[in-house]
Design a protein around this ligand. Sequence first.
Ligand SMILES: Nc1ncnc2c1ncn2[C@@H]1O[C@H](COP(=O)(O)OP(=O)(O)O)[C@@H](O)[C@H]1O
Ligand SMILES: [Mg+2]
Length: 365
Amino acid sequence: MTIAISSLTKRFDQTAVLRGIDLTINDGELVALLGPSGSGKTTLLKIIAGLDWPDAGGLVVNGQDWLPLPAQKRRIGFVFQHYALFPHMTVRDNIAFGLTVRPKSERPSKTAIAAKVDDLLGLLQIPHLADRFPAQLSGGQRQRVALGRALAIEPAVLLLDEPFGALDAAIRRDLRAWLREVHQATGSTTLFVTHDQEEAFELADRVVVMGEGRIEQIGSADQIHDHPASPFVARFMGAVVELPVTLRAGRAEAAGLDARMLERRAMADGPAQLFLRPDAIALDADPASPWILSHKASNGAMIRATLRRADGTEVPVDLLRHSAPDLSLGTAYRLRPLTGAVFPLDGVAQNDAPRPLPILKEKRQ
Ligand SMILES: Nc1ncnc2c1ncn2[C@@H]1O[C@H](COP(=O)(O)OP(=O)(O)O)[C@@H](O)[C@H]1O
Ligand SMILES: [Mg+2]
């Protein structure tokens, strides 16, 4: 099923919650929708499911206009963060539910339903839980059952709204790998919502970053990390270091900054803002640099170094402890970013729509 979403807008009272969403999800694709709380992710999912309606825009699935279709006609599988399984029903009956409530003419036979549930129990790796009740399951097991219930109806589209949000980090990691396998086996067109970037990047080939009702960027993990399309995405991806720089021939310049490893940007010379992630900065001793190592702390694996300038500005830098140079407090170091993004100052101030900056062609460097 190909889902084509075009110019979708939605307001609640005075608040614009979706501000023109354009997104196509290809047949069989697993797309992650990543964004902070309140960015409109759940609202978009509800509109696709037929649980809410947009003010304007289109939703076309495999060439069919879905907006006039009621939820029951859309064949959607939906899993929420807190998915209420029926407490008085066994796992088997919970998974079978969507099939048993079908009108008689469309309902599979009892044996067909039992066979389907057995298949799903196997796929979900929970055959041993078939006769338990939800209260006898762990959180992770419950979410597997919830997914089984969503998959039983052979949904045209599978919508997962932070399905692992309430679970421990280790269990989430297991479930992620498992969900990828389930997706490969079923091939359902899937939209997975999360506010956790690690989860989004590990699960999906294509990640859609949302902020305040807009799509800020669509891309792979590497593209979004290395070429954030806006200050919003840069900050959301952890670029908490923001330094004023001067751009000359596409290259960022500032005292104590060695930006040679960054790609040149096709931008006019002048003031700009450089966004860096603490884990993508190397340090080189340089007595001429204004950045002085003022603090360092180790968690065993990583060293967090704090560089401080005379005006009080601080830059955090995270280094792998075993490959970090011997850093000494009070010494001056030059910042050598490994990746980073530059944006014009006006764009940073307004934090408005994404403005990707083209990379200069080789011949112009
Ligand atoms: N039924 C509603 N009535 C009014 N405001 C709503 C309603 N549902 C969501 N909102 C608002 O819309 C915005 C986006 O919400 P939501 O889609 O749930 O975001 P997300 O899932 O990304 O956290 C939030 O500011 C939220 O308060
Ligand atoms: Mg939500």
